[in-house]
Design a protein around this ligand. Sequence first.
Ligand SMILES: NC(=O)c1ccc[n+]([C@@H]2O[C@H](COP(=O)([O-])OP(=O)(O)OC[C@H]3O[C@@H](n4cnc5c(N)ncnc54)[C@H](OP(=O)(O)O)[C@@H]3O)[C@@H](O)[C@H]2O)c1
Length: 252
Amino acid sequence: MTNKIALITGASRGLGRNMALHLAKRGVHIIGTYRSSEEEAQSLKQEIEALGGKAVMLPLDITDVTSFQAFLNAVIETLTADFGRKHFDFLVNNAGNGLFSNFVDATQEQFTSLINTHLQGPIFLTQKLLPFIADGGRILNVSSGFVRFTLPGYSIYAAVKAAVEVLTRYMAVEFGSRQIRVNAIAPGAIETDFGGGAVRDNNDVNAWVAQGIALGRVGLPDDVGGAVAAILSDDMAWANGTTFDISGGQLL
Ligand SMILES: NC(=O)c1ccc[n+]([C@@H]2O[C@H](COP(=O)([O-])OP(=O)(O)OC[C@H]3O[C@@H](n4cnc5c(N)ncnc54)[C@H](OP(=O)(O)O)[C@@H]3O)[C@@H](O)[C@H]2O)c1
């Protein structure tokens, strides 16, 4: 994977940050995005450089489709100036957060926010970036274990993530002629800032979730970052249009 370039949205914190570190350890250069956590993004860049890698951090609000042309221009400029290339190899549509709301209380604003973040953004960002993804490249969308199992309060979030899994299959079909593989991951509960960080910071929640996972603990960012590096590797090149459950066996 040496000298490949991965563009990861939402690389400043949590899973995206960890994916970037695992890929950088395998020699992949990183174009990471942040929305509000510029300091964290810059510290990730330094961490990658300390590993001997190369990283550039760009601002992006995945809900703001009107900003995508300017973002694309920044990506093209980065590819040329920092990497001497016209294309990148891996796109990871990761940015976003969860939203807890019981079905009866859910508002249209919450619905729109989830749709814009997890569906509209990845669709139109991918559309913009597609000509700049190398033939034979990879796209990885981030779904959620909530598509397979249910927990009250996540109906709309899970329904939107389900759409991401369907989209993944259609993208795989439409991009196959360019040998671009499109897959998704569905992580179970992972200790990040997701959902206000409850799974990580609240011992009771952590223990309750852990008893539903076959391996007896909740996931850590490294559990996902390593899996993503493996899925993007050539060893997994025959996997296409599928969703990988990365949950340690949650609620089987
Ligand atoms: N953690 C879990 O248990 C879990 C399980 C299944 C799926 N997921 C999915 O995994 C992905 C990453 O979640 P995480 O756990 O890493 O969450 P996180 O720790 O809260 O990190 C979220 C990342 O997404 C960025 N982001 C949030 N809203 C954004 C927006 N509107 N535009 C651009 N960037 C935005 C944040 O950037 P800034 O901080 O710079 O704003 C941050 O880098 C999400 O798609 C989430 O749905 C998480």
